[in-house]
Design a protein around this ligand. Structure first.
Ligand code: SAH
Ligand code: SF4
Length: 370
C-alpha cells in the first residue's frame, strides 16, 4: 500500500498543474475543473463525495492522491471578532492564520513560512529564526481551513473571507513558487475567485523576486518600509543592506507600471516610539515617496516579550499621520485587533522552536497588553 506521504496532495495544485496531473493519469483535463470546485468551493476532502466523478476514477484517485489540509490545533475568536487559528503542518510545526472581520469585509492574514530568516528587529516571527518554507498546499490550506470552518454558508453572498493578505509569518517572496501557486488558487474562479485587488503580497523588499513577481502575477502589493532613510532602515530591516530603499522603490515603480490598471502600493510603516516616529521622519518620508502612487499604512508597534521597543503614544502617531496627510498622502492607522489572543501584527510566533514536544496541545502565550 502507498503511504500517505507518497500521495500527491491535490490541495496545492493550481488549475494548470491539476490538469497536468489528470493527463498524467491518462484522464481528460476537464477533471481538474470538477475537482477544483469540490476541493476549494465545497471544502471536500473525500473523493467519494465527488459525485460527478466516476467510481473508477475515484478509486484510482484514492490510491495516488489525497486532499490534506493542515490540522487545526487552536481556534479562538477574540472579543473584537478577530479569529485566530494555529495550524500544524506536516513536520509538526505550527503557523498562525488570522481573520479580521471589518463590516462587509473579512481579511485573512496568511503565513508563507515557518519562521522567517530576515530578522527584522521589531518582529517576533523574525526573532524566532527560520525553520522552513510552507508548501503551496500549506499556504492555500490556511484559506481552505478558514473558509471551511464557516460552512455551510447561509447564502452565496455570505462570504466570510473577501480579502487575503500575505502578512502572516514569513517573507512570501523567499518562498516564491509556492506562494505564487497559492495566490493563483486564491484568484482562480473555480477555487476562491478573489479579484487581484483583494489579494495582497507584503514584502520587506526582496528586489529580484519582486521583479519576477511582476512578470507572473498582478496581485496587489504592500511594501514594508518602516523608515525614511537607509541608515535607519538598515537597523530595522537588515535586508535593506542588500537592497537599499532606492532600489526597492524603483522595483516597486516597475511593478506598478506593469499592472494593467491604476493601482496604488501600500507602504507599511511600523511606528516605534523614539525610533522612527519623529516628525522629521514623517517629513522625510513624505519627500521620499513623492510621486509614488501609494497609500501609507501606519502600524503602531505591537510589543512582544523579547522586545525592548515601545508602542508609540496615540498622539505621536496622529501627529505623524497629520504631516503625511498635509503632504497629500492617503494614510490609515492600523488599529490593533485580536490583541487578547495574540493575533496582532508581529505577534505571530507559532510553536516551531519546540520540536520535541510536538504532540503537546498548543498553549497560547499571553503577553501583557500595553
Ligand atoms: N515578511 C513580510 C510579511 C509579513 S510581516 C513583510 O515583512 O512585509 C507583515 C507586517 O507586519 C509587516 O509590515 C511587518 O513589518 C509588520 N510587523 C511585524 N512585526 C510587527 C510588530 N511587532 N508590530 C507591528 N507590526 C509588525
Ligand atoms: Fe520576516 Fe516580515 Fe518579520 Fe521581517 S517583518 S522578520 S520580513 S516576517
Amino acid at each position: 500500500m502507498t503511504s500517505p506521504a507518497e500521495k500527491t496532495n491535490l490541495l496545492g495544485l493550481p488549475k494548470a498543474k491539476l490538469e497536468a496531473f489528470f493527463e498524467s493519469l491518462g484522464e481528460k483535463k476537464f477533471r481538474a475543473t470538477q475537482v477544483l470546485k469540490w476541493i476549494h468551493q465545497q471544502g471536500v476532502d473525500d473523493f467519494d463525495q465527488m459525485t460527478n466523478v466516476s467510481k473508477a476514477l475515484r478509486e484510482k484517485l484514492k490510491e495516488v492522491a489525497e486532499i490534506r489540509g493542515p490540522e487545526v490545533v487552536y481556534d479562538e475568536t477574540s472579543k473584537d471578532g478577530t479569529r485566530k487559528w494555529v495550524m500544524r503542518m506536516d513536520s509538526g510545526n505550527s503557523v498562525e492564520t488570522v481573520l479580521i472581520p471589518d463590516g462587509e469585509r473579512g481579511t485573512l492574514c496568511v503565513s508563507s513560512q515557518i519562521g522567517c530568516s530576515l530578522d527584522c528587529t521589531f518582529c517576533s516571527t523574525g526573532k524566532r529564526g527560520f525553520n522552513r518554507n510552507l508548501s503551496a498546499a500549506e499556504v492555500i490550506g490556511q484559506v481552505w481551513v478558514a473558509r471551511r470552518s464557516f460552512m455551510p454558508f447561509e447564502s452565496a453572498a455570505d462570504r466570510p473571507i473577501t480579502n487575503v493578505v500575505m502578512m502572516g509569518m514569513g517573507e512570501p517572496l523567499l518562498n516564491f513558487d509556492n506562494v505564487v501557486d497559492a495566490m493563483d488558487l486564491m484568484m482562480e474562479d473555480l477555487a476562491y475567485g478573489l479579484s487581484k485587488r483583494r489579494v495582497t503580497l507584503s514584502t520587506s523588499g526582496v528586489v529580484p523576486a519582486l521583479d519576477r513577481l511582476g512578470e507572473l502575477t498582478d496581485v496587489s502589493l504592500a511594501i514594508s518600509l518602516h523608515a525614511p532613510n537607509d541608515e535607519l532602515r538598515n537597523q530595522l530591516v537588515p535586508l535593506n543592506r542588500k537592497y537599499p530603499i532606492a532600489e526597492l522603490l524603483a522595483a516597486t515603480r516597475r511593478y506598478l507600471s506593469r499592472l494593467p490598471d491604476k493601482r496604488k502600493v501600500t507602504i507599511e510603516y511600523t511606528v516605534i516610539e523614539g525610533v522612527n516616529d519623529r516628525l522629521e521622519h514623517a517629513h522625510e518620508l513624505a519627500r521620499l515617496l513623492k510621486g509614488l502612487p501609494c497609500k501609507i499604512n501606519l502600524i503602531p508597534f505591537n510589543p512582544f516579550p523579547e522586545s525592548d521597543f515601545k508602542r508609540p503614544k496615540a498622539m505621536a502617531t496622529r501627529r505623524f499621520q497629520g504631516i503625511l496627510n498635509e503632504a497629500g498622502y492617503v494614510t490609515t492607522v492600523r488599529t490593533t485587533r485580536g490583541d487578547d489572543i495574540d493575533a496582532a501584527c508581529g505577534q505571530l510566533v507559532g510553536q516551531f522552536e519546540d520540536r520535541t514536544r510536538r504532540s503537546q496541545r498548543y498553549i497560547p502565550v499571553h503577553h501583557v497588553a500595553p
